[in-house]
Design a protein around this ligand. Structure first.
Ligand SMILES: [Zn+2]
Length: 83
């Protein structure tokens, strides 16, 4: 991919599989092993538009259409002023 990182300007990226956390209206979807281009200098992750579209579609199928996700996580939640 011929571009530079919008955070650090570095031009070297590597293909990787990363965990993507999609958040919308305080609801979440965690997707593992999402293909990404990762900046070799600062680690910023870049995703292709069709990859993000697929995740958005899955999010709405799970949260709006009642599709059952492969796994469900329970997460601890804290308020910063209380920790
Ligand atoms: Zn970078």
């Amino acid at each position: 991919m011929k571009k530079s990182c919008s955070f650090c300007g570095n031009k070297n990226f590597r293909e990787d599989k990363v965990q993507y956390i999609y958040k919308h209206d305080n609801r979440f979807l965690v997707v593992n092993n999402v293909p990404a281009e990762v900046c070799e200098f600062c680690g910023e992750q870049y995703f292709k538009a069709d990859v993000l579209k697929k995740i958005e579609k899955e999010f709405s199928e799970i949260h709006s259409a009642g599709k059952k996700a492969k796994n469900v996580l329970r997460m601890p939640v804290e308020e910063f002023v209380e920790i």
